[in-house]
Design a protein around this ligand. Structure first.
Ligand code: AGP
Length: 634
């Protein structure tokens, strides 16, 4: 939700800011803007809509400024119009601010500023910040006792202002009166500082930094940093100096390029065999034998996390919530632990009772989803009275270990999917599924809930997955593209699954909804006849996931019930061709696989189907309307 960038150094800031915003456009694309300081003046340029509109305007921008800030917006307060675009400035146009987040007390702040005579030019919550800063600077200048040495005056004003703000925010500030500094602050919204050679950067997310540097410093909540041409100083909101050590990333700038694919989403779908392989290579013991006491996994989670567990709570949103539903199935059926999956946005206001023997797992690919972080923070707080071993029963599953989640929980499983740019999650979903297989099997080993033979069988199945995903991609991409032509005017889709494949039906429907804007719902196949079947007719295609196993025959019967209502039936199944043709109108074949592992395969054709329908409809697959990759507001 909104991306912010900043630069101070020897180079021309505007191009660096624009390039940074391109890498952050997945966070919002309602408007964009930059502000920079040149020859004692603040220069600001903004444009409604996607970033290319700003890029067009910047062609006439002639200021070789070397310090500046930029923003790409996902509108929360105020329409996506240019007058609401960031940066926002004070009345004298001497300072500019970009913000990611929501200032919850902006109404009262705006009212008190209005009473002091400040005039507002936008409908945003953010605009209170430049006016508050101007007001603070006026007072600091007029009050010698409070006056700090000139370079820190802006820092001091920012500190006073952030202490008045309520909500979740990350801000960056530049001022023509303080041309040699850039001030940033963070409270519950991500902000990372990048260290280059005599140049410093800030951004909401690391992809904006990696073309320039691999050395980063994530700010923590309640921290302010002053970036100058000479370095970075960090303090907390009380003004106390904070000593922090930057860390080095091991990322390659090519990871954030399309590499010949038409869209990031398609590239990321194709990366999935490699992602599964990388995850398994990282975490599976190569030469594990069933007689070994040691686990077949190398998750490196302490045994205390597992001791006497009687319940697991999983907190997540969106696609991560769907992966968690598969996780629940595995943790219950494989490891025998009662597991509840909660929408983080619901849990944070109505948490289930906590017992000391509950393990709480937060699942978020970005590690920055505001609701998931808030729900976990609540869990952390609720545990503060428990003894150490219980307090530490918090585990994160994330693709971004350097994220806020990574710094919040004591234990992590890194899903190793590589950066995902497409707003619709694909490879990170598959990687989350793998993480849940590994966790459930590790727990099963610890709790001895599987026979050695069954454990070996599942491990062998896991090792086959990368090749099987590859096989589906190779055999189906063209076919799915052709099939997609049939659905360009379709208005509703139904996805059916049961058991471990019910969450895949939900995920298939979400993928279609978010990128093609076609209404789609996922249902447990057995629930159809309790209401949703009334929706069916010849215009509503039904996608049924029918994998041999515990619910195979049941799903086939439910699919027939849909067919009897004239629905066009698409089967995701390994049934032989003739049988499948007798049952379904169209078949997307899946290789034979243990039912328990089948979600990793059944998800792939559903991703391809959603992708091709959206691409053929000419939609912006990577940046669908109204969405942002990382939802950092409530
Ligand atoms: C996925 O396609 C969605 N864009 C969205 O539902 C996403 O999964 C959700 O916002 C959670 O994100 P997270 O995994 O980064 O927490």
């Amino acid at each position: 939700m909104c991306g912010i960038v900043g630069y101070i150094g020897p180079k021309q800031a505007s191009q660096i800011l624009l390039a940074g915003l391109e890498k952050l456009e997945y966070r919002g694309y309602d408007s964009a803007g930059i502000a920079a300081i040149w020859e004692g003046q603040l220069h600001c340029i903004r444009a409604k809509g996607k970033l290319f509109h700003l890029a067009d305007k910047l062609a006439d921008w002639s200021y070789p400024a070397t310090v500046g800030i930029g923003h790409t917006r996902w509108a929360t307060h105020g329409k996506p119009e240019e007058y609401n675009a960031h940066p926002h400035r004070d009345e004298s146009e001497r300072l500019a601010v970009v913000q990611n987040g929501i200032i919850e007390n902006y109404r009262e702040l705006r009212e008190s500023l209005r009473q002091k005579g400040y005039a507002f030019r936008s409908e945003t919550d953010t605009e209170v910040i430049p006016h508050l800063l101007a007001d603070c600077l006026k007072q600091l200048r007029n009050n010698p006792s409070d006056k700090a040495t000139p370079p820190s005056l802006l820092l001091q004003a920012v500190r006073q202002v952030v202490n008045q703000l309520q909500g979740a925010f990350a801000i960056a500030v530049v001022s023509a009166d303080f041309p040699d500094e850039l001030i940033v602050a963070r409270q519950q919204a991500p902000l990372v500082i990048g260290y280059g050679q005599g140049e410093y950067f800030c951004a909401s997310d690391t992809p904006a930094l990696i073309p320039y540097t691999q050395t980063i410093l994530p700010l923590d909540n309640g921290e302010i940093a002053r970036l100058s041409y000479n370095g970075v100083e960090v303090c907390n909101f009380n003004g106390d100096r904070v000593r922090k050590t930057p860390r080095t990333l091991n990322w390659n700038p090519v990871m954030v390029e399309k590499q010949g694919f038409k869209h990031f989403m398609l590239k990321e779908i194709y990366e999935q065999p490699g992602v599964v392989r990388a995850c398994l290579e990282t975490y599976l013991q190569e030469d594990w034998q069933p007689d070994r006491t040691q686990s077949p996994m190398r998750l490196e989670l302490p045994q205390e996390l597992y001791a006497d567990l009687d319940r697991i709570h999983i907190l997540a949103c969106g696609t991560s919530w769907h992966a968690s539903l598969v996780g629940k199935y595995l943790l219950e059926q494989v490891a025998g632990i009662p597991t509840e999956v909660h929408y983080a946005s619901e849990f944070r206001y109505a948490p289930s009772p906590l017992t000391p023997n509950t393990l709480t797992i937060g699942v978020t690919q970005s590690g920055e989803t505001a609701d998931t972080l808030a729900a976990l923070e609540l869990e952390k707080h609720r545990r503060s009275d428990l003894k150490d071993a219980y307090r530490a029963r918090l585990l994160g599953i994330t693709n971004r270990t350097e994220s806020s989640l990574g710094r919040m929980v004591p234990h992590l499983i890194d899903t190793h999917a590589g950066i995902e740019i497409g707003v619709a999650a694909t490879k990170t979903f598959i990687a989350q599924l793998i993480a849940f297989y590994l966790l459930a099997l590790d727990l099963a080993h610890y709790r001895k809930t599987l026979t050695p033979e069954r454990m070996v069988e599942i491990l062998e199945g896991l090792r086959q997955l990368p090749a099987l995903v590859e096989q589906i991609l190779e055999s189906q991409e063209r076919y799915v593209e052709t099939l997609a032509h049939q659905f360009l005017d379709t208005q509703d889709f139904i996805y059916l699954g049961r058991g471990i494949n019910f969450p895949i039906a939900l995920e298939g429907a979400l993928k279609l909804k978010e990128i093609s804007y076609i209404h789609a719902e996922g249902y447990p196949a057995g629930e159809m006849k309790h209401g949703p079947i009334a929706l069916l007719d010849a215009k509503v295609p039904v996608v049924a996931i029918a994998m041999p196993g515990t619910v195979f025959e049941k799903v086939l019967s439910n699919a027939q019930e849909a067919k009897a209502r004239d629905a066009q039936l698409i089967g995701i199944t390994p049934m032989n061709e003739q049988e499948a043709r007798e049952t379904f109108d169209t078949v997307l074949p899946i290789p034979e696989i243990d039912e328990l592992l089948s979600p990793v395969l059944t998800a792939i054709p559903l991703q391809l189907l959603a992708y091709h329908i959206a691409a053929l409809r000419g939609l912006d697959v990577d940046q669908p309307r109204n969405l942002a990759k990382s939802v950092t507001v409530e």
